[in-house]
Design a binder for this molecule. Sequence first.
Ligand code: GYE
Length: 328
Amino acid sequence: MKKLLTLVLALALVLGLAANASALTVAFSQIGQESDWRTANTDNVCAAIEAEGWTLVYDDGQQKQENQIKALRNFITQGVDYILFTGVVSTGWEEVLAEVNEAEIPLLLLDRIPDCADQIDYVAAFGGDFVEEGRRMARWTGEYLKSIGRGEEEVNVVMLEGTTGADAQIGRSEGILEALPEYPNLKLVAQQSGNFTRAEGQAVMESFLKSIDKIDVLLAQNDDMALGAIDAIKAAGLVPGKDIIIVGCDSVKTAFDAIVAGEMNATIECTPLYADFVIPTIKALEEGQTFDKTVIHPEEGVYDCVGGINCGTVVSTLAADVIDQRVY
Ligand code: GYE
């Protein structure tokens, strides 16, 4: 009888452990669905969590910090096992992330890293190197102009910025402003937020075109805004990609199509595919591994259609297989 009891208990323990390992609950506070990049990021991360058989608690913050704060507090109340977090803006998260720490829920920072990262505990962080992406945007443009014999000509540049105060906006603006002076012929004549959306990119470009006599270059901090601006440029009777050189950021498939059609000139890569980082990290954490607080940047390049302008980084001229393989 005693033996039987021991056996039953041992079995229950094994089953219990097995059930636990597969019964993780992973919560994800996402900022919204403003761009092709974001949709791809959400789909990629959420599908991978579900493919593991883990329970996904997903919250779409609709671009509002207060919604995200509420979501994080709900995750704490629910007692989830892991929290994935991307903040719409970079400031104002100290309090709620301290609450996550107090609840001892492991926190993974994704994409946009909050400015309080140094003061909070997190188990891993993955995000783009936004400053470098901004530098690449400026450098590709400067080198391209040189390559077509316009390196000495004074050209007017306008910049469509992302959501004001977002890590990706702050970093890309910083990188662009840092690298533009390397090309004294590039003159920034206007900059405004298009909020990372196609509609706002179009509207702001329309107003640039009305108020600025000569625009030679558009630097759009994401491809969606570049694509919206292309519509505005066409509506103004100009030829995008020729009358106005257009450089985007993200490298989404629609931007590749625009480059191939000659309506856009280059896009700087920023991958949204974080599942390959997140899933193995959670598994490793489950096994007791720890990571330091370094923010991991995936490797990224620049794509153009003019023969690979060298701007101090990997540059690939768009080939059919690159376009085919792009899933977002
Ligand atoms: O470039 C943009 C999105 O934070 C890197 O956010 C991300 C940016 C991306 O809306 O398209």
